[in-house]
Design a protein around this ligand. Structure first.
Ligand SMILES: *Cc1c(COP(=O)(O)O)cnc(C)c1O
Length: 422
């Protein structure tokens, strides 16, 4: 499989005709549990001596195809699918963190991730130090001896900033910690963070991988290259009491992180993906390259049009030549700068609210990465919980409008903005 091109992998990776029935599409294995061959087989499964299905909270054959597909698209070692992007983040840190440990994260993250890292994770006594995704040295300065990972988005939501991953990977590795990249907005069609030095990739597959705005899902991809033996990551290097003292890193090598996150994190925390949603996201991945290119092409046309519009104060899209992220766009994702970007409407908060109330083709909602064009005014919705200062730092000031450009005809998308801005 590894020799095939990206479009071929998008359609085929991980899948084959169903051995039992010949069904060509991957069946939805809508089952909770799997019959053991006999008591010895059951014992071997529970001891992790043989790998296989026990219970759908831990693995499922439909979900397994999705995991292999996304791992192939990201050129990683192993994948793990779960209930949502936030579940993917929770599971990842459950493997890496201990009480009192720290993450150094870009402050330019999806608003929900800022909440999760600063509020939800604090309940586990996990703490985040914030850095600036446009300034790699700010990550370096925030690292302490408690740091377990660096975290950023490849294309940052909602500012449309493209992160310079290469220096961040070096800073992480110099500190003996992995670089984890949320690749949701880029998708592996545009950027493959593992090839730039990242160690773990996170997806909200709810967005572009699924692509149709119909199912929640998350995927973690383990690059398989990080050395977990330093003692900083006891879950991976120390004897594991619930598997007879097995050491994950010693036993599973380059798949240790993916295996531990499944057999400890998914087992104990429980945010598993439903087989139905795995099927829907899997179907979405088949057209990922076609959709992403159309999303990006449309976004560039719309961004250029907005930039020339007198009612618009500014447009922040990395695909525009004068954008601060244009050089990073050329370096990391020359095929396109993604389809999610922000612009400032003249008239501030009031004008932003009026615009989202006036669109017809656009849907006013809190999502991105749908076939449909979407619009939101972050200050009054997704970034409401943050302080004024926090909102501005996260790229969500009062006049900011965020678009997720769909795959409709660009002329119709623009016509809707024309009438709504009137
Ligand atoms: C939506 C999103 C998430 C969270 O994913 P869910 O599937 O909604 O839990 C994380 N990161 C980014 C960049 C997102 O857009």
């Amino acid at each position: 499989m590894a020799d095939y091109g990206f479009s071929t992998l998008s359609v085929h990776a991980g899948a084959q005709p169903d051995p039992a029935t010949g069904a060509r599409a991957t069946p939805i294995y809508q089952t909770t549990a799997y019959a053991f061959e006999d008591a010895d087989h059951a014992a071997a499964l529970f001891n992790l001596q043989v790998f296989g299905n026990i219970y759908t909270r831990i693995m499922n054959p439909t979900t397994a195809v999705l995991e292999e597909r996304v791992a192939a698209l990201e050129n990683g070692r192993a994948g793990l699918a779960c209930a949502s992007g936030h579940a993917a983040q929770l599971l990842t840190f459950h493997t890496l963190m201990q009480p009192g440990a720290e993450i150094v994260a870009a402050r330019q993250l999806y608003g929900g991730s800022v909440n999760q890292f600063s509020q939800g994770f604090a309940k586990f006594d996990w703490h985040t130090r914030w850095a600036d995704t446009t300034d790699p040295d700010s990550f370096k300065r925030a690292i302490t001896d408690k740091t377990k990972a660096l975290y950023c988005e490849s294309i940052a939501n909602p500012g449309g900033i493209i992160t310079d991953l290469e220096p961040l990977a070096k800073i992480a590795h110099d500190a003996g910690v992995p670089l984890i990249v949320d690749n949701t907005l880029a998708s592996p069609y545009l950027i493959r963070p593992l090839e730039w030095g990242a160690d773990i990739v996170i997806h909200s597959a709810t967005k572009f991988l699924g692509g149709h705005g119909n199912s929640m899902a998350g995927v973690i991809v383990d690059g398989g290259t990080f050395d977990w033996g330093s003692g900083k990551f006891p879950t991976l290097s120390e004897p594991c009491p619930s598997y007879h003292g097995m050491k994950m890193w010693e036993t599973f090598g380059d798949m240790a992180f993916a295996v531990a996150t499944r057999v400890l994190g998914l087992r104990d925390l429980g945010p598993s993906l439903s087989p139905m949603n795995a099927f829907l996201v899997l179907t979405g991945t088949e057209t990922l390259p076609l959709r992403m290119q159309k999303h990006c092409d449309n976004a560039l046309v719309v961004a250029r049009w907005l930039k020339a519009n007198p009612k618009v104060a500014w447009v922040n899209y990395a695909g525009l030549e004068d954008n601060a992220s244009y050089a990073m766009h050329q370096k990391y994702c020359p095929k396109g700068a993604g389809s999610v970007f922000t612009f400032g409407v003249k008239g501030g908060y009031e004008a932003g609210v009026k615009l989202v109330n006036s669109v017809r083709l656009f849907s006013h909602l809190a999502n991105v990465g749908d076939t449909r064009s979407l619009i939101i005014h972050p200050a009054s919705t997704t970034h409401r919980q943050l302080s004024d200062e926090g909102r501005i730092k996260a790229g969500a000031g009062p006049d900011v409008v965020r678009l997720s450009i769909g795959i409709e005809d660009s002329a119709d998308i623009i016509a809707d903005l024309v009438q709504a801005l009137e």
